[in-house]
Design a protein around this ligand. Structure first.
Ligand code: MTE
Ligand code: MO
Length: 263
């Protein structure tokens, strides 16, 4: 369990305890959480709907994912899931070397903004060598280069009522009788503003390849592989995840995976 989750729980349990005169100290005292209707448990169940203000209060206490040295990069980054989107929009952009690509920030923001790839590349860059863990049971250590998401969100001006970022992708991961399903994911604002959360356009000192999510994919380093959306085109600030997909906050969460997906 990451420190962050523990901190969130402390915060929530702490505030619930005030209201119900429950005294809690260590984290081995969570047995009462099995009791339905317990006020602390109810507070925990609401952990996913922390307000912007409460989320901002946690942003200062972020723990970092481990970073590795260059000698620990042993192999390329294994492409997984969609590796070559075939939608006309994506193929058009790819043909033009993504010169017409734009990343849009919209939804609960003061102003909708869009950035070209060149604009993103000209923002302060950060590189990090981290381990990617896929639930299928494999890991890769790779070097990611990009610009931090937090300052980009600040350029749009996140409204106080926003609680999540929804990440919309170009690839149609599934075709069903009722239409195409596009890959999407989401995070809370704590993860969005985490210092290692970057809009990555470089992989192992090269331009990010199509198979790994060109031109831009997100890295949320304390989360599992499916929380790392590739082929990102829009970030939507929302206060509710239920209108998207099947309502669980991501393509894989809609198919049964945990929404938080922390490592
Ligand atoms: N748009 C999009 N993002 C995605 C996926 C996908 O199929 N489409 N697969 C996810 C999964 S399950 C993993 S493990 C990683 C794989 O990233 P990679 O191809 O760079 O290894 O991307 C994640 N992000
Ligand atoms: Mo994965």
């Amino acid at each position: 369990m990451s420190n962050l989750i523990l901190n969130r729980r402390r915060l929530l349990v702490g505030s619930a305890a005030l209201g119900s005169s429950l005294a809690l100290s260590g984290c081995d005292q969570f047995d009462f959480l099995g009791q339905r209707g317990n006020p602390a448990r109810q507070a925990l169940e609401q952990a996913n709907v922390l307000t912007y203000k409460a989320q901002r209060a946690l942003i200062g206490e972020q723990t970092l994912a481990r970073e590795y040295s260059a000698s620990e990069i042993r192999q390329g980054m294994k492409p997984n899931g969609s590796t070559e989107p075939t939608t006309p929009e994506y193929m058009f952009l790819r043909q033009g070397n993504f010169a017409n690509y734009k990343l849009t920030i919209k939804g609960m923001v003061e102003r909708e903004v869009s950035f070209t790839l060149d604009q993103l590349r000209n923002m302060p860059a950060r590189s990090q060598i981290t381990r990617h863990d896929c639930v299928e049971g494999w890991s890769c250590i790779a070097k990611w280069t990009g610009t931090a998401l937090g300052p980009v969100l600040d350029m749009a001006g996140v409204k106080p009522e926003a609680r999540y970022c929804v990440y919309h992708c170009f690839d149609n991961i599934q075709k069903t009788l009722s239409g195409e399903i596009f890959y999407y994911e989401s995070s809370d604002l704590v993860d969005a503003y985490h210092p290692q959360t970057i809009l990555a356009y470089g992989l192992n000192d090269q331009v990010l390849p199509v198979s790994n999510g060109a031109p831009v994919r997100l890295r949320i380093e304390r989360a599992l592989g499916y929380k790392q959306p590739k082929y990102l085109h829009t970030i939507e600030l929302v206060d509710d995840l239920t209108p998207f997909g099947m309502g669980k906050g991501g393509y894989w969460p809609d198919n049964g995976y945990d929404w938080y997906g922390g490592i």
